[in-house]
Design a protein. Structure first.
Length: 295
């Protein structure tokens, strides 16, 4: 991750929520001339002492720099904020959380206004911003020349990863990883619920076993990826769907014994049973990808 440019690029940042403020402080610390705007002006005041210039309107903020980074509440707020600004010749980098379709439409919207556009998906929380060892990064997609021109500047707050010319791909990568995280959180929550009644097992002691196990199992993603690319969903399978579906009965019975509702895992188990019922019991989990796509 780049932490300082030889000649720091001036930029404008719209939006000073927790993430926007963290981004602002990273760029200021790296010596970038920074103009900021926020709907609630008071949020910008602490950054003045760190060197930021506060613009009273979005139009004035956008006029202050060729590179304009947007980190607002949602896609609608982006259109609303930029409606009165002159965008011709500007480089717009949108770090506002959006869907792939919204990002693609926003790219068309920017092009109609003679602006270049990059969409971004932030894979970090505010405390990780500006700290290289924290491992945070941002997915970028859209105009490749724009990304290359500003790669060093964009890499100041967090690592910059370009994922293609399709403007929707940053948001798609972001949501895909967050979806995997959400599923993992569901499993962790269910596991702790199973253990909760056991007074002689401390949650902190169990957590170490849980994280070790999840790390060991995470490599299955590589195997699934190879199967999806080859089209052979039985390749390298150790525990097939038929075996796992049979084993799920024990998971469900244990949950019932422990007084734990099974709704966090039930849809996934139901999909496994459906795939087996269709005659694919010798496969691994990769076939569930096709099952989800067919619904």
């Amino acid at each position: 991750m780049t932490t300082r440019n030889a000649s720091p690029t001036p930029l404008t940042l719209l939006g000073l929520g927790d993430m926007g403020t963290a981004l602002a402080r990273a760029w200021l610390a790296a010596g970038h001339p920074l103009t900021v705007w926020n709907r609630t002006p008071a949020k910008a005041e602490p950054l003045v002492a760190e060197g930021a210039h506060v613009a009273p309107t979005v139009a004035e903020a956008v006029a202050a720099a060729d590179l304009v980074v947007v980190c607002l509440l949602d896609d609608a707020s982006v259109g609303e904020a930029l409606a009165a600004a002159e965008l011709a010749g500007k480089d717009i980098v949108n770090l506002t959380t959006s869907t792939p379709a919204q990002a693609r439409e926003r790219a068309r919207w920017a092009q109609q206004r003679s602006a270049r556009f990059l969409d971004g998906g932030i894979m970090a929380v505010p405390p990780m911003i500006g700290i290289p060892e924290a491992g945070g990064y941002v997915f970028y997609s859209g105009d490749h020349a724009l990304f290359e021109q500003h790669r060093a500047t964009l890499g100041v707050p967090a690592g910059a990863r370009y994922v293609g010319t399709d403007p929707g791909h940053a948001a798609l990568h972001d949501v895909a990883l967050l979806s995997a995280m959400t599923g993992m959180f569901a499993g962790i929550t269910h596991a702790f619920a199973l253990m909760r009644p056991e007074q002689d097992v401390k949650p902190t002691a169990f957590a170490g076993m849980l994280t070790d196990w999840l790390r060991a199992m995470a490599d299955m993603a590589d195997g699934m990826a190879h199967q999806l690319e080859s089209g052979d969903y039985t390749e390298g399978v150790v525990s097939n769907l038929a075996m796992m579906t049979t084993g799920n009965a024990t998971l469900e019975a244990t949950a019932e014994e422990q007084g734990v509702h099974g709704e966090l895992l039930a849809p996934f188990m139901a999909s496994m049973r459906e795939r087996v019922a269709h005659g694919y019991g010798d496969e691994g989990l990769a076939g569930l990808v096709d099952l989800l796509r067919q619904r």
